[in-house]
Design a protein around this ligand. Sequence first.
Ligand code: ASP
Length: 342
Amino acid sequence: MSRRVMLIYTGGTLGMVRDEQSGALISFALDDVEQKLPELKALGYHLDAVTPFNPIDSSQTEPHHWQSIAQSISEHYNNYDGFVVLHGTDTMAYTASALSYMLDGLAKPVILTGSQLPLGIPRTDARENLTTAIELAGATDSNGHPRVPEVCIYFDYRLFRGNRASKFDSDKFQAFQSPNYPALVEVGTVIRFQDRYIRPVDGPLFKLRKGIDPGVAGIRLFPGMAKSVVTPLLESADNRVLLMETFGMGNAPTHSWLLDALRHYINSGRTVVSVTQCRGGYVDMGRYHSSTALREMGVVSGRDMTFEAAITKIMWLLGNDYTGFELEKSINKDLKGELTEV
Ligand code: ASP
């Protein structure tokens, strides 16, 4: 029986055309993908496409878009071997991370892909990205089990775990990197599955857990950061968690106004999480004097999570009623392969 892959079209450059009047790129409906990419027929897959909302530039993504994508996957879960989500590159890593938490017990591939140039133009990267993403979404082993039962990003000949990847380049075809976790698949003249890095399925039951609560604030530390920039954020009642991008291994300035404000935030029952603003590596509070105070006041280490994986994880935990100790423990724990535990 032919493999069944569902395409979920959400927008982005891949499906864009140039507007005759303004010259700007706008979305078009990706109705018949096999007509645009006739080489797909050679895969022998059965393909269907859905468009869960009006296609958007992914810079417009909101949590309800993640929920709609997750809902589409859940509704069609039993009828397909894999799913390909066509998505803009700008926020693809956020969507991939959010989906990795929402699709609990996932046992089938969910592969996000997009492109730096639209499908219709001669040097486009859309053709390869889309064709191989579809091929990987339907790939099974000799027992008929999916080769990559994870939420992934396929881009420029590499398949990454979605919650480990970040957009690194706004211009090069190699737009994504995953500094803290190896590629799951390397694609050349043959497709090389790196089985030892692919995550085993969580359990026998697939369950949609799409709760999201955006009650989190993010701040990136920088030398010279003024008190007047930070304190309104910490005094706002809108957030229950502050995700702080710290220097190096989790270091921060030791001005008393900053440490006092963070301490006050934590003492009021809220949570501060630290991830590194370096592209790779991890947070290890206490390694340097300039992170000792943070550790002592109870700042939670996000270890080696990307900013995208951490912020969506916090939203998802809040949206699933995690609070207090449970919330902090879960932030620091590996839930879906997004963090390396020590
Ligand atoms: N702005 C576009 C988007 O993220 C860029 C892309 O698709 O690569 O939707």
